[in-house]
Design a protein. Structure first.
Length: 98
């Protein structure tokens, strides 16, 4: 069974290039943050044991931070893509009304 959309869309996604570029940049930013987490664990694992916030060690705070950053980036990505789609669709709908 192929994983395809349930319904074929007849509308071309005008913002595809923007979404792809934005997604790649956001992935690179997140990958850098994650690589720093891994680097700390490789270079100085004892640093992760240090208490940094409300009795929690760096490993827990950084790990939860990674999750929060991913969620925030997903919301930002969604919002930016929505704005771009509306911006690109606006001229087409203006022409249809004329």
């Amino acid at each position: 069974m192929f994983h395809e959309p349930a319904e074929k869309s007849q509308v071309k996604d005008l913002a595809m290039a923007y979404k792809t570029r934005l997604g790649v940049w956001m992935f690179l930013v997140y990958a850098l943050v994650y690589v720093l987490f891994v680097a700390i664990n490789l270079i100085d694992p004892s640093m992760m044991e240090k208490t940094v916030l409300m009795g929690l060690n760096l490993a827990v705070v950084y790990g939860l931070g990674l999750i929060v950053v991913a969620l925030v980036m997903a919301v930002i990505y969604n919002r930016m893509c929505l704005v771009e789609e509306r911006r690109l669709e606006a001229p087409a709908s203006d022409k249809a009304g004329v």
